[in-house]
Design a protein around this ligand. Structure first.
Ligand SMILES: C[S@@+](CC[C@H](N)C(=O)[O-])C[C@H]1O[C@@H](n2cnc3c(N)ncnc32)[C@H](O)[C@@H]1O
Length: 202
């Protein structure tokens, strides 16, 4: 998979050059600073309910807001992949103790069953392939582990979140593909995020 400044997500017919979708260069760093200010991570962090020693992988960590929160929990290992080297450099400043790499949802580069939990916030709609991304999340999750996928939405979405919300058929596709790979899949509406969560049972 090649990564330039443009990407064609599974949610779109056309390529996007948005610095929020694939932050690159000066504009990408500016987008990163905005994401850090706007994307609140506390509700996801609460939902994750990290237990002592857990190994967590964040897919698409962006500027590192959730990484910073995860490092304050009792997690044993915090790792992440994001295709943007600029985001890796920003996120490393907020989380020098995390293992943050350049990679994608579809190809994380981590080993089989390495994680107790895989989490992704506001990136699933940007993946090039939903199916490959979920296959990869399943592969790196241990049996009994959980996968948490969040996207703009929720009970009280901001104006910006409303403009980024996925269509009902796209949300239904995420839920269906989650159910094909994970057990006990739930959909929850947080204040500004729609969250799918499932467990790897085999
Ligand atoms: C809108 S930002 C969200 C960042 C962060 N999760 C947050 O909530 O602030 C989207 C991020 O997804 C990353 N991204 C784009 N395509 C991706 C893919 N295929 N796999 C993983 N991350 C991807 C981008 O590089 C960017 O950092």
């Amino acid at each position: 998979m090649s990564w330039n400044v443009e990407t064609t997500p599974w949610t779109s017919d056309a390529a996007t050059r948005s610095p929020f979708a694939l932050p690159r260069g000066r504009l990408g760093r500016l987008a990163g600073r905005l994401m850090l200010r706007m994307n609140r991570q506390d509700e996801v962090l609460n939902l994750l309910d990290v237990r002592p020693g857990e190994r967590i992988l964040e897919v698409g960590y962006g500027p590192g807001g959730l990484v910073r929160g995860l490092l304050r929990t009792s997690a044993g290992r915090v790792c992440g992949v994001d295709p943007s080297p600029e985001m890796r450099d920003m996120a490393r400043k907020h989380g020098p103790k995390a293992d943050l790499r350049v990679g994608t949802a579809e190809d994380t580069g981590f080993g089989d069953a390495e994680f107790d939990c895989v989490v992704s916030v506001n990136t699933v709609g940007l993946w090039q392939s939903l199916e490959k991304g979920l296959d990869e999340s399943r592969r790196v999750t241990r049996q009994g582990g959980r996968v948490v996928i969040a996207w703009h939405g929720g009970r009280r979405p901001s104006k910006i979140a409303r403009s980024l919300m996925l269509r009902d058929d796209q949300l239904a596709r995420i839920e269906r593909e989650m159910r094909g790979r994970f057990s006990e899949v739930t959909r929850r509406e947080l204040s500004e995020l729609t969250v799918f969560m499932g467990y790897r049972r085999s």
